[in-house]
Ligand binder design. Sequence first.
Ligand SMILES: [Fe+2]
Length: 203
Amino acid sequence: MLSDGYYINPWSTLIYKTSYDFNYPQIKPSIQKFINKRPANTSALEKGEAWSSVGWQYNPPHLWEEFKDFGSHLLLLLKEIYQANRILDKENCLLQSWLNTHGKGGETLEHSHNLVDFVVTSYLNLPENGGFIEFRDPLEYHKANSYINAEEELWKPVHCTTNDVIIFPGWLKHRVQPNQSDEERVVMTINVGSPNAIQKMQA
Ligand SMILES: [Fe+2]
């Protein structure tokens, strides 16, 4: 007779979650000032009432005084995450950052972050029914010979609240559900990787 069995997972998981008290009401004036200067054009990945400063690396938020303390804690955490992912002796830094704002119905389409080791997504203001980030099953093609209920299993949402911070590999495909709330969703994203990786990519 077999004893009660159970599944084991010897591999590190891909998505790390933590939180930080960003105090959105306090930093909101700085964010509003930044948003007021924004160019009208936005990323093609943004759909509906949605805007991203990803292509506008003028005064990126991770360099703001408001995020200095968060940045110093983040750098310490990233050392552990690089180790846990067995990326050893690789120089890295915070490469770029941007803000995404989503009004009602606004969403971000499927994408990944090329030449980036990790993506750090911080929920500065996530209203109720504000929509979650969803990740595409990275083993999708390996599962070609098994039954997949694609509508329910190909994409998995990660439930979050304001102040949550999600860290995941840049190659992992993701998208953001539409914001169903009347309140604006405000998210800061940081690319982490080798110094000059972005410049080399754009050269
Ligand atoms: Fe992204």
